[in-house]
Ligand binder design. Structure first.
Ligand SMILES: Nc1nc2c(c(=O)[nH]1)N[C@H]1C(S)=C(S)[C@@H](COP(=O)(O)O)O[C@H]1N2
Ligand SMILES: [Mo]
Length: 324
């Protein structure tokens, strides 16, 4: 392991080579080492913010499900947590990592409403206990042309759907993210119609690949990745995977999703990853894997359904150019 020699004499390994657990423990040691000496230069508020951060790195145990694990090299924890889209915290890739510490993830509830026989409000502990947590290594492909490979933790969204029993009218599922301007500075600007709303057809939502996600890299979700609960729909462009979900609503009609409202020609409801259907302003045939962005790094070919060919039967008979 290579070691950074820091000017203060504290050695830190290169972040791309260490596990999030190591990061977490190292951070605790670091805060301890600083001890009282830090108070002169650091406000108590800053110190308590750091402590809160350390807590947000709490471990989350889950068994790897090898049936849902791609073999691609995993994106480093550092890259996956410092290059994000989460417009509630700003539109730059670095904004979520900088700003999302103000998100309060406990207590947290998810309201389940609409066309279901058993509407209910689930808190975080109920969600954590609803089904056994699994680790699944998924590719996530952003519509902007980059992708990551992340060891997520959660269980199939279908587990939750079965529990609330959709009625005969339920054809779609809507996901609402939190939109609190006190915790989320980006919500004060009108880049999108808040709250962030995403949606799936009910049969898509029932597909076992659709993951209700509560953690990644062996720990609870970092705030910038959508804590405390998000969706990961790996065969669709990343924006379909709503973060920090507070409401799940079952509907008769196709949801009016935030990106579709912003630009229906560019961001269709389906948004399945498809190298043959270009975005109106750029090709979708290839992608850059985050972390492989050196001068010699080759772009990768984007795969149909992001490589998750098993979902194809959901769309049989559909013209995927029309239903983009
Ligand atoms: N609420 C909310 N969810 C969101 C977004 C957002 O801006 N707000 N961005 C989406 C986009 S464009 C992508 S690519 C993924 C990024 O997830 P990651 O930061 O965990 O890689 O989150 C999606 N979920
Ligand atoms: Mo994205």
């Amino acid at each position: 392991m290579r070691i950074h020699r820091r000017p203060n004499g504290i050695d830190l390994p290169f972040s791309s080579e260490i596990t999030p657990q190591a990061v977490f423990e190292q951070r605790r040691r670091f805060i301890k080492t600083l001890g009282l000496g830090a108070i002169a230069g650091t406000s108590l508020w800053e110190m308590s913010q750091r402590a809160a951060h350390a807590q947000s790195g709490a471990r989350l145990a889950a068994k790897l499900n090898p049936g849902y694990a791609v073999l691609d090299k995993q994106t480093s924890f550092k890259d996956a947590t410092s290059y994000n889209n989460f417009y509630e915290f700003g539109t730059d890739k670095s904004d979520p990592a900088e700003n999302a510490h103000t998100l309060k993830t406990r207590p947290w509830t998810v309201a389940i409403e609409g066309e279901v026989k058993k509407p209910q409000v689930l808190d975080l502990d109920a969600l954590l206990k609803l089904a056994p947590l699994e680790e699944r290594v998924y590719r996530l492909r952003c519509v902007e042309g980059w992708s990551m490979v992340i060891p997520w933790i959660g269980y199939s969204l279908s587990e939750l759907i079965k529990k609330v029993e959709p009625n005969g009218n339920a054809k779609f599922v809507e996901f609402h993210s939190l939109a609190d301007p006190k915790q989320m500075p980006g919500v004060r600007s009108a880049v999108l119609d808040w709250p962030y709303v995403e949606g799936l057809r009910l049969d898509e939502a029932m597909h076992p690949l659709a993951l209700l996600t509560l953690g990644m890299y062996g720990q609870v979700l970092p705030n910038q990745n959508g804590a405390p609960v998000r969706l990961t729909v790996p065969w669709k462009y990343g924006f379909k995977s709503a973060k920090s979900i507070v409401k799940i609503r079952f509907t008769r009609d196709m949801p009016r999703t935030s990106w579709w409202l912003a630009n229906p020609r560019e961001y269709g409801f389906y948004s399945n990853v498809n190298p043959e259907v270009d975005h109106p302003r750029w090709s979708q045939a290839s992608e850059r894997r985050v972390g492989e962005d050196g001068f010699f790094a080759k772009k990768r070919k984007t795969l149909m359904f992001n490589g998750y060919a098993e979902v194809a039967s959901l769309y049989s008979g559909m013209d995927l150019r029309k239903y983009y």
